[in-house]
Design a protein around this ligand. Structure first.
Ligand code: NAD
Ligand code: IPM
Ligand code: MN
Length: 364
């Protein structure tokens, strides 16, 4: 069974808090998850996994050998905090756990919504909620992230370092098609593809050709192209022009941090690592934030909204809406953490949103 089998059955969710503020925001997201499920009369079974830097430093485990099979067999979705720890400078555990799950579960869509909930939080002058409301769809299984390449004469003056940018016809085409399907299902009019085909003449020429072919299948949707350097500038200059942005793994990583800040802050931004119809992974966009970890001040809203994305994926739309509304209320009523200029702790924000979800109930 997986998420496609039924939207009413009990869902099994794997929880991986990970490192740093991941361990602080995930308990709050779980609180909200439980409140929303209870309000909707839904049953969830949670199982926590201790994969992350502590475990790696203790016994060398990153992603256990049977993890992928177990997640596919026993779970409908995964909630993850963040991976990254200064005690592991190579970031090997993050690569093997986080990128490992993205690759091995073939989670080819990284959906990163950039939505301004309240105009007070955008750094852009005169911009309002209607101006910052777009989705970044990041290719999530290839590109510069695949780890192909190597060193020659490492550590010498003649060192060569090669990092390959892998773009496959299948991989590029499926994320572009997902972007058009996403626009169609949501009733959106515009899809913008971003690449660097003026300089990266092999891989990004493939993006160009695939985009031109796929867009022909969606005559009702306006398609455009911007080079990534221009796209990032345009996101700041006139974000209202974007509804759906589709781009490569690395460019999507960069664009989504910028988009998060346009919407008020990195700590607000959720994401879904998705393979439609298969077990998928939801997480905040941010990392482990070692600079504030342990203070109890991290913004848990990105992690909470990631639960909303998970519920939508699971077909629990009313519960997802309840989470969205509770977060909007928290922002409106300034129940905010330091990142948003407030003084609430991570736990206080989580408690407030969970109580608000429980009180408001879930209208189905
Ligand atoms: P980061 O996202 O952890 O932090 C960037 C900045 O944003 C910091 O100033 C941090 O304090 C702030 N910030 C992030 N999340 C916040 C929140 N919820 N509330 C308030 N402030 C928040 O990025 P970084 O500093 O470049 O990386 C730190 C570590 O996290 C590295 O090891 C990196 O590889 C890892 N990382 C992991 C993920 C992930 O697991 N998906 C994502 C990004 C970075
Ligand atoms: C993210 C992170 C990861 C990425 C890192 C930790 C490998 O920045 O999820 O955005 O680059 O994908
Ligand atoms: Mn990132």
């Amino acid at each position: 069974m997986n998420a496609t089998s039924s939207s009413s059955a009990r869902k099994r969710i794997a929880v991986i808090p990970g490192d740093g503020i991941g361990k602080e925001v995930i308990p709050e997201a779980v609180k909200v998850l439980q409140a929303a499920a209870a309000a909707g009369g839904r049953e969830v079974a949670l199982a926590e996994f201790d994969w992350g830097a502590d475990r790696y430093l203790r016994d060398g485990t990153t992603l256990p050998a049977d993890a992928v099979e177990m997640l596919r067999r026993d779970f409908d979705a995964i909630l993850l905090g963040a991976m990254g720890d200064p005690r592991v400078p190579t970031n090997i555990h993050a690569a093997e756990i986080l990128l490992g799950l993205r690759f091995k579960l073939d989670l080819y869509v990284n959906a990163r919504p950039c939505v301004l909930f309240d105009r007070r939080f955008t750094p852009l002058k005169y911009r309002t909620e209607k101006d910052v409301n777009f989705m970044v769809l990041r290719e999530n299984t290839e590109g510069l992230y695949v780890g192909m390449g190597g060193n020659f004469k490492k550590g010498t003056a003649d060192e060569v370092a090669i990092q390959e940018d892998v773009n496959t016809r299948k991989g590029v085409e499926r994320i572009i098609r997902y972007a058009f399907e996403f626009a169609r299902k949501r009733g959106l009019q515009r899809v913008c593809m971003s690449d660097k085909s003026n300089a990266l003449t092999f891989g990004h020429d493939l993006w160009q050709r695939a985009f031109k072919e796929v867009r022909g299948e969606y005559p009702g949707i306006e398609s455009s192209h911007q080079y990534i350097d221009n796209l990032l500038m345009q996101m700041v200059r006139d974000p209202a022009q974007f509804q759906v942005i589709v781009t490569s793994n690395l460019f999507g990583d960069i664009a989504s941090d910028l988009g998060a800040q346009l919407a008020g802050g990195l700590g607000l931004a959720p994401s879904g690592n998705i393979h439609p119809g298969q077990v998928s992974l939801f997480e905040p966009v941010h990392g482990s934030a070692p600079n504030i970890a342990g203070n109890g001040t991290a913004n848990p809203i990105g992690a909470i909204l990631a639960v909303g994305m998970m519920f939508e994926f699971l077909g629990w739309e009313s519960e997802a809406r309840a989470i969205d509304q509770a977060v909007r209320a928290a922002l409106r009523e300034e129940k905010t953490p330091a990142e948003l200029g407030g003084s609430r702790s991570t736990r206080e924000v989580g408690d407030w949103v969970a109580n608000s979800v429980a009180k408001s109930g879930v209208a189905s």
